[in-house]
Design a binder for this molecule. Structure first.
Ligand code: FE2
Length: 179
């Protein structure tokens, strides 16, 4: 897991936060898939785009890289951004997905038992809270999708992660639909 996100984890300066991010990823991958765990992170990142070939690990890398690069531009123009909070939130934004999804015996991936009850922002935020990550990161995970539209107000870092998540999802969906 560390290897898959090595470039992204290296952007987190605080060793304690970095280790907790790893711990949360490991626990989600070990306890997801209806308790069977996942052997890798190659399962599709979304069930909303049928037949999508982009894996979970690829999506998380893309969103984290987009968030980091966007933050560099915005910081140069005067917007204060906490890089550790931003990168940790980006790496973990979809960490509820290994819990929300399960693979059946024929290899198809769908909703898990938990996933039929709780969306990934809830399970991801819950796991981050269990590992005592800063509340801003818990909030950013919980608010990365439409749950965050209800308030409380997103953090600056959470707003960037939210936009970058949809910056990958939206154009990808449109490009596949127009094929
Ligand atoms: Fe995402």
């Amino acid at each position: 897991m560390q290897n898959a996100f090595a470039d992204q984890l290296a952007l987190i300066a605080d060793e304690i936060i970095r280790q907790k991010v790893v711990d949360v990823c490991v626990e989600a991958l070990q306890t997801g898939n209806d308790g069977h765990g996942w052997d890798n992170m190659d399962f599709p990142f979304t069930l909303v785009i049928p037949g999508v070939k982009v894996s979970y690990v690829e999506h998380v890398r893309i969103v984290t890289d987009l968030a980091f690069q966007s933050a560099s531009l915005l910081r140069d123009r005067g917007i204060p951004i906490n890089q550790d909070i931003l990168v940790a939130s980006a790496i973990l934004h979809d960490i509820g997905k290994p819990i929300e999804m399960a693979q059946s015996s024929d290899g198809t991936v769908g909703k898990s038992k938990v996933g039929n009850r709780l969306r990934h922002p809830v399970t991801g935020a819950g796991l981050a809270m269990k590992h005592e990550l800063p509340y801003e990161i818990v909030q950013n995970i919980y608010q990365h999708s439409w749950e965050g539209d209800q308030g409380p107000k997103r953090t600056v870092e959470g707003e960037i992660v939210h936009r970058c998540d949809f910056l990958h999802f939206g154009p990808l969906k449109i490009s596949l639909e127009s094929k």
